[in-house]
Structures are given as structure tokens and as C-alpha cells.
Design a binder for this molecule. Sequence first.
Ligand SMILES: Cc1ncc(COP(=O)(O)O)c(C=O)c1O
Length: 394
Amino acid sequence: MSRKLFIYDGSDLTFSSLKLKDQVESYQNPVWIYKKEVITERIDWIQSWKGLGRLHYAIKANFHPEILKIMKDKNCGIDAVSLGEMKQAIKYGFVPQDIIFSGVAKSEAELTWAVENEIYQINVENQSELKKLIKITEKLNKKVNLGLRVNPEVDAGTHPGIATALKDSKFGLGFSDAIEALGMIQGQKNLILKSISFHIGSQIMNVNVFEKAIQTVKPFYAEARKNHPQLDRLDLGGGLGIDYHDADSDVDHSRWKQLEAIYTKELKDFGAFLLLEVGRFLVARSCVLISRVEVIKKTPSKNFLMLDAGMSLLMRPSLYEAFHQVLPLEKKSGAVESYTVVGPICESSDVLVSDFQFPMIEEGDLVAICDVGAYGASMSSNYNLREPALEIFI
Ligand SMILES: Cc1ncc(COP(=O)(O)O)c(C=O)c1O
């Protein structure tokens, strides 16, 4: 089956049945347009998995209050990687017991806040963090629930900029370090090992690597339980990818179903409370960034389409060569031409996409940059002191 998110109705681009031209009339460009239903549908897919303990939303993907409201209404927890993200979650209605705190270089202040507030779980990524926690819990005379983030060393086949489980990764503990960490925790009355956690990367399209990771982590979990009887959670991380070349809800759904089948096969009788930390898969498809063609410049070797939105708003293409479709809001008839689409920022790397085919397009036309709900607005900056773009929720 096929359920495309971007369809031309005559010459007008629709996004999940919204005629974009009608939506953007009253806003100044660039503007982010979100469709909430796209998010709720995906939460429902994942929460319908019978084996799931709790879905935690990786807030780094997008921390907008409207998105947090959706997550809260759907009874999701939060996966945060900084004090700022934890405070944002609290500000918009979550309680500390909803929060998993991940991240490679947590500061003493961040860990102190997490211990004081008795959050659900701190995912420890290295031994220095454990040492800090021993001191903090002693000083505060408080206990803390830990997840041990292990690195199963599987190559998720994703861009190196978003891979987190390669052998030399800064993320997580290799198994020999993890065994040492288990020993450190065992002697400490305030440190309670509740979870083994892993997260092998982002934008993963080959779901079989999740199976490999689970198979690698399961024996470690069993071993750890021998001396840590309170260990009863397995945190499977996030990372499920989407096809940025083809926005099709049915294809996304079947990719999730493939992953669900793997989780079920591997973990059906495992006995642990299963956690997920999903970001991109929930929110990426929910948003388009509408931008205006400011300049068309043709050189002997290249045609440039210069937009009023660039890397300061959407950093992913410059950061790790990520691809986003760019579709005109109005499809005009005329010869198709190839353009390199760039932004207005004073950096040569402000390239959105190279050699992209457009139907007839002119200065002043509006385009939609697709699938920008995850790691879009949350990564944007005001570099070049450009005005922030409005975020509109429908
Ligand atoms: C620890 C952790 N959990 C979850 C996620 C969410 O990943 P994704 O957005 O690919 O689902 C990330 C992002 O990289 C992460 O670092």
C-alpha cells in the first residue's frame, strides 16, 4: 500500500491533505508548519506493541511545547540529554519520574539535579559519571536508579555523524568497561542498577541491526542480573529511520512493524520492562519548512536556487549531508531543470541539496522543505543574526 504525505492536487502541493498554499498566506517566511496528527498516529503505532513497557520521547529531536503536550497526552516518558531538556520537560507537565537522563558528559550540577529530583533513571555512559554519582548520592543521602548504557559495537550502517555504537564511539561502555562498572555499582548502597540500556545510532534503515544489538546485549543483561537483583528494565534506545526521498506513511508503518516483530521475537519471554527512546521516527514527518526563492543564479556550470532558509534553520544537510526533498508549493508547467539549492548564510557549506530537479521555478516562488520535524528547529541557531522562524501547529 501507499499513503504519500506529499501529493499535488492539481498544481497545489498538499502535505498530509493540507493545501500548503492556504496555510502559509498569513505568515512571513520562512515558517515551520507542523501537522499534529502525523505525530499522534506514529505514537499509536508504537504504543500498540503489546510488549512495550513505556515509550520515552527523545526530546532532543524537537522540544517545542506543542510537541511535548502531545507526548504528555499520550502518556509518553521523556529521554533527555541535558539539564535544559529535563527542565523543559518539567515546565511542560512531565514529572521527574517520567525522565530518563542520557548523555556522554553529564556535569556534577546535572547529576545533582537528577538525583535530588529522583528521576526515573540515569543512563550511565562511563565510569567518571559513576564516581560523580557515588559522591553526590552520599552527600545528598539519596538513592538513584541507574541504567548502564552499553555499546554493543554493531555498525548500524548509518552516517558516521549519527552512529553511536562503533568500536571507538564516545557513547556507552564497551562490555569489559561495563563489567567493571557493574563491580563499582555492586558495592554502593545508593546506586541501584535498574536497567541495561543501549542506543546504536540514528536514522537506521536496516532493522536487522537492532536484532544483532539485542542478541549481543541479552547475555550481558543475564550476567548482570546475577549480582543486581533489582535489574528489571531493558532500554532499547531509539534510532529507527525514515526514507527522506519518499514520504510514505504506509512504508514507515511497515518498517516499524518489521522492528516490532524483531523486538517480539527476541524479547517475548525476556521478562524485563521494555523501554524505547524514540525521536526522529515520531516527529520527522510532521513538519515542513516553507521558504521563498530569493535568487536564481545561473552560471555556465551550475544553476543555483537561493532560498531565504538555510543552515541556520536546518543544519542537517551541512552537518551530515542529510537529504530533504524540496517541493514547489505551486507546480508550474515548463521544462524541468536541475538546481543546487542553497541558503542565504555566508558559508559555502550552506547547501541544502545538489542537483535537484525542479519543474519551472521562479524568484518569489515558495517551496516546502520536507520531513524537517526532527533535528530541524531544535538544532537551529540565529547565526548571521537572522530572525527566528515561526513554528505553526495544525
Ligand atoms: C541516547 C539516545 N536515545 C535516543 C535517541 C533518539 O534517536 P532517534 O531520534 O534516532 O530515534 C538519541 C539520539 O541520537 C540518543 O542519543
